[in-house]
Design a binder for this molecule. Sequence first.
Ligand code: ADP
Length: 593
Amino acid sequence: MSEPIQPPARAWLRSFNRTQAILLGFVLVLTGAMLWISAVILTDRALDRLRDRAEVRSTLYANSIESVLTTYTVASALLAQDRLLPNLLAGGADEQAQLTLGGLQSSIGAPSISLYTATGTLIADTQPEGQEVAHALAPYFQLALEQDISIFATVAVSETEQRFFFARRVQQSGTILGVVILEVDLASIQRQWVATPDEVFVTNADDLILLSSQPDWRYRSLTPFLDPLAVQLGARFTLLPMLSLEPTQAGPRVAINEQAFLRIDRAIDFRNWTVTYLAPEEEALANVSAVLAIEVMALSLLLAGGLFVISRRTARKSLQIQRESEELRALNARLSSEIEERMRVEQSLQAAEESLEQSSKLAALGQMSAAISHELNQPLAAMKTYLAGAQLLMQRNRPTEALTSFQRIDDLITRMGTITRQLKSFARKGGEGASRFDIRSSITNALAIMAPQLGQTRVEIRRREPDEPVMVRADAMRIEQVFINLLRNALDATRATPEPWIEVEVFTGPQLVRVQFHDNGPGFEGPAGALFEPFFTTKAPGEGVGLGLAISSGIVRDMGGSLTARNATAGGAVFEISLPHADVADLGESDNE
Ligand code: ADP
């Protein structure tokens, strides 16, 4: 509801960019200018053509009327000299006179001829019955008697019809006998004009319209000055409301009843008469309008075509952008779903790892429990046997032999104590803490603890160390545990070696003290790092749980040292413990304080 409604035109305009809008405006202005120029040129041309045609037509009209008037002027002069007329005038009015005049009329081809005596008596008259004009009392009759020329006369017979006559006196040997009146056939010319679509009229010297293609223009005046003769004719004169317009190159223009005409005036050689031809502009300009309409249509089509192309291009571009952005969106969606997928996989991997670790730990725990119970069950079973034996010996009263059994049981108890002590030593967090001691004594202690096991094999122990004490600062008890573990591993490794030996060597440098345990066993396979992983073991169940090296390396690291493993080039494995020299360690500690 609150959304403002956009006019479609504005929305349409907004689909153009700035350059296109400027271009569109420019094209519109150019189109307007082109239309205006072509309208001016076409109008000028049309009016020029109209004038050319009008000039030809007006000349034709002028010539036709001029020739009729000239013919009748000459005819009236010749008729007045006809030898028959004095005889007719002398003979008086009779049938013969009428016949003779009728013959003359038909040979001239005039509408009528009337013959009067000088006193105004009608001798003969060929005017149609009922339409006779009485000439005897008219002013031109008198004028004709007075002058030896053809007197032209216009007689209005009705408000819209007039007749034209030439009056000429008939004389013989200087005596005026009468007047002959020849009717001029202008009516037929006028009738022809009415039939044409042209507007044409003839004015006399007083600007009174005598003949016109428009019946209601007759007897109208072009100027307010009225012809006295016309007044006498009794017609009702009014001005023809002809408005002068701004002239064009083609000539003067007038407006009648709001219709514009090109006006061509032609003076004819008869009593200052003028033929005026009016060429209607409307018709000529209708062509201009038609051409302009076609031009507008063509330009509109062109413009529409241009706009169509532009809008199609814009639409295509926006479609492309839309498609690209859709592709981008799809890509984004794919990427984020891939990321999600990866995160899910990572999570499940981590979960799998955790559960694997958990299950391997559990498995190791199982193995360790099996090993421990195996280690302890054996002496327990033996103890049970010895105890039963001792009981039997006591019953049989053989106490000396029974004592031997008890001694065996005691040995077994001692062995079991050793086992549990060793296990405990692994689990123990540490001894009394760091102290300064000679590392050589730790090796001696470790070898002493391991003596029973070492004694059971043929292994040769080789010691190489400085003669002076090699001091370190560490937890002596735990360092011994590490040494014991390394010795036990070496012992295990050399079990199948024909002439087994274990070399324990101490190196001392300015910063570090290193203790190497080198054996001539088979060495280890795979990367050294794997050995230090908890629960990594290659030994059979019951023999190892894979915690020894992991715990040992943790202990050494706790003391600021490191434990590394490598295979010696000559064969066998080398385990090396590096510890800071006691002086360096002391310095570090005092620094810390
Ligand atoms: P365990 O002795 O219970 O297997 P350790 O962590 O002490 O556990 O040892 C891990 C593994 O390292 C052994 O199973 C063995 O494969 C390898 N290893 C340790 N010491 C030696 C050695 N001296 N020579 C060859 N392999 C050794």
